[in-house]
Design a protein around this ligand. Structure first.
Ligand code: FMN
Length: 148
């Protein structure tokens, strides 16, 4: 199975850490969304998207990329996010968008990420050290489940 992870990670590379762990586990390629072309998507059987959460949304580069896709080939797809809150509720809307583009968006993974946005900087940020070893382990388990 040929797979790729397309990600954006602009704050502290939190999402990139998770992306690397998943890509390693599934033996997939890893690419920043800015270097990916939508025409190349049909080479892959499994397509993952990863993003930090900014103002309650996935990064605009990921959203724009997915919006540009004309018609995915019912490929299996998954998505993961890191955020200050670490909640999954940011992922549902994006899952709907993937499905509307012809993907089979199956599963999601989310965890907390180090966050020094705005006033949080004054207190040295929140979620220091996240994603941590446990988060990486959970991401690897998620990846194992994906390729089962
Ligand atoms: C401009 C900005 C806006 C953010 N907005 C949110 C938010 O709405 N909710 C949240 O839980 N975290 C928010 N965060 C925290 C990030 O989602 C978190 O640090 C994430 O792990 C960043 O991922 P990255 O290092 O891969 O960019 C925000 C961070 C930044 C810089």
């Amino acid at each position: 199975m040929k797979s790729i992870i397309i990600y954006e990670s602009v704050h502290h590379n939190n999402t990139e850490k998770i992306a690397k762990a998943i890509a390693h586990e599934i033996g997939g390629e890893l690419i920043n969304v800015r270097n990916m072309n939508t025409d190349d998507l049909n080479k892959y059987d499994l397509v993952g998207f990863g993003s930090g959460i900014y103002y309650n949304k996935i990064h605009k580069n990921i959203k724009k990329f997915v919006e540009k896709i004309e018609n995915a080939d019912k490929q299996k797809s998954f998505l993961f996010t890191t955020s200050g809150r670490g909640k999954k509720d940011f992922t549902e809307k994006f899952k709907e968008l993937l499905n509307s583009k012809g993907f089979d968006a199956v599963s999601t993974f989310s965890c907390k990420g180090f966050d020094t946005f705005g006033p949080l900087k004054i207190i040295g940020g929140i979620n220091k050290g996240r994603p941590n070893e446990k988060d990486i382990k959970n991401a690897r388990n998620f990846a194992k489940y994906l390729i089962q």
